[in-house]
Design a protein around this ligand. Sequence first.
Ligand code: 0GY
Length: 314
Amino acid sequence: MSAAMGKPTSGGFSKSAGWMDWHTGPRKPAWRLPANAVDAHCHVFGPGAQFPYAPERKYTPCDASKEQLFALRDHLGFARNVIVQATCHGDDNRAMVDACLSSGGRARGVATLRRGVSDEAIAAMHDAGVRGVRFNFVKRLVDCTPQDELMDIATRIAKWGWHVVIYFEAVDLPELWDFFTALPTTVVVDHMGRPDVSQPMDGPQFALFLRFMREHPNVWSKVSCPERLSVTGPKALNGEPAPYQDVVPFARRVVEAFPDRVLWGTDWPHPNLKDHMPDDGLLVDFIAQIAPTAELQHKLLVDNPMRLYWPEEV
Ligand code: 0GY
């Protein structure tokens, strides 16, 4: 690992009980990413001494700086990042925006906005590289924001050509369906809507998610976070690392059914994991199982994220 990655620190904040720090020595992936690949879901945390965590946060992470993120990018072989505002920073987007501005054009951002945000603030974020806003419905992470406020924000950011990223649990899709399908922008679902992968892939829960994508051509999905979704976990098979096998059929189904509307990201620094911290190099190796051809890999890692985040270069 690059020395620039260093070690996690805590910047004066006490980490949440049981907090797992990111892996400081991820392997070089055995599988080689295509040139110009984009890590389309990752975060920066603080550093807390410079960019304090939000008072209303539900967890306190270790620090995970832009320099450490960029060192990981280079180590794994990615060309670019999409940095997604994490809930521990609330709607204070300064750490994410600062990382985008420091990236030399190699990072775009997804922000959290509240209703009071000014047009000037949105314009400044656009100039910094922000191209989306995230609506989070995961109850352990946020208190709920009224849907009329979210719809107002979606309508405002639509004028900038931004999209909406949504994060929710699969069991909540039925009640959120009408709101999601009324959104006026491209809509990107985090982590396939968090399916319960111990249920059958052709069961009603995942079928509803596939229907959501099939019937709404503006809906995209990140096929990320096998380490979060897996029940079987990172275990080895016959002595070889073969992590997260129970997630493979779900992610592969989405990639094969919607090859032009999928994205992939590491989710570094992996907030709120309870059982194990993934090796980011192994996560990259996992991609070849869910996108089994060179054409699918190129769409997932290059064409699709470039179209959404750097359309001026496509
Ligand atoms: C993720 C997942 C999680 C956290 C957040 O913004 C966040 O705090 O997204 C999670 O705990 O599942 O995508 O980073």
